[in-house]
Write a protein that binds this ligand. Sequence first.
Ligand code: PLP
Length: 368
Amino acid sequence: MLPVIYFDANATEPLRPQARDAMLQAATLCGNPSSVHQAGRQARKLLDDARKRIARHFDTEDDNCVFTSGGTEACALAIHGLQQENGPRRVIIGATEHDAVRQACAETTILPVDANGQINPDDLERTLAEDQSPALVCLMLANNETGVLHPVAEAGRICAQYGALLHIDAVQAAGRVPVSVTSPGVTSLAISGHKFGGPKGAGALLLAGGGARQLAPLFAGGGQERGRRGGTPALPAIYAMAAALDAAIADQEQRTQQQTRFRNRIDGAAKASGSVVIGENSPRLPNTTSLATPGIRAEARLITMDMAGICISSGSACSSGKIGRRSHVLEAMNTGELADCTVRVSLPWNVTEDEVTQFISIWARPAR
Ligand code: PLP
């Protein structure tokens, strides 16, 4: 069997060893964190510890970290909960948001992106100025397909000026670039453990500080998470998510430098062999590049790479299984026919130089 080169980290990152150890530790406890007896208290201790560590990384109080099953639920909880709690609001989203946001909103005003994949804060300001009814703005910090980073700090200042709530989908950004829920204008922020080396099945919604924030639950259940998310929390996955985040933030700076160098090597070689880098002129996640090769369809490229032992994807993990559906991200960027020839390369936290060299030599092979 060929050794697998896994360059699909934006679908899910490999599990970090610290997360595996933490998961096993928490899985051996049998108590339910809501039980008052000692077994319950032991479990509660780990849950509280995870909450404290995660909240601290995003500059908010422990009480403002609500555990969920992942990024999709965290975004849905924000969109549903903030509107229930603050009254109905019109929802404004970016054109390249993930389906986790797009599918959670009944009706939206969509902010366009430019050819480099970024929203323009002026469009947000104009939209809020034209219709001053209460608004909820949902923007991703980093795009999952292109890695393009959006100007959310500026969006936050504009939202604060117009009294709009701002939910940030930081699922691809957390652990990779600095993220804080205390930036001006930000109301909430979604993260997902498996995108930074934790196991699948745990995420969180972080709420801006200033005392425990109320939030109407999607399902009330037994009133867990201060009534904001019912259901027994997935303690092993949550405790492991905290360990993964600690590790990801500890090596973030060094990893950013290394991955930027690797990504630049890949971009340079891909361009030399006739490929185009989508979103190249925007600031991007250090681990992500979106490559289009005119004349080579994405499916053909994926199969060739897979046969050579390299895992990449043709878009988001959720939509790539749906044959014939063009990426709404690439359509919003007006890439035209290139959209059919675009693949996503996303480097994992444990990528090596040797893997990058092998990737480049296989990418440059003439298509058969
Ligand atoms: N938001 C973004 C930007 C994502 O990339 C994803 C998953 O790929 C999600 C939300 C959903 O996260 P999860 O799969 O943990 O539910």
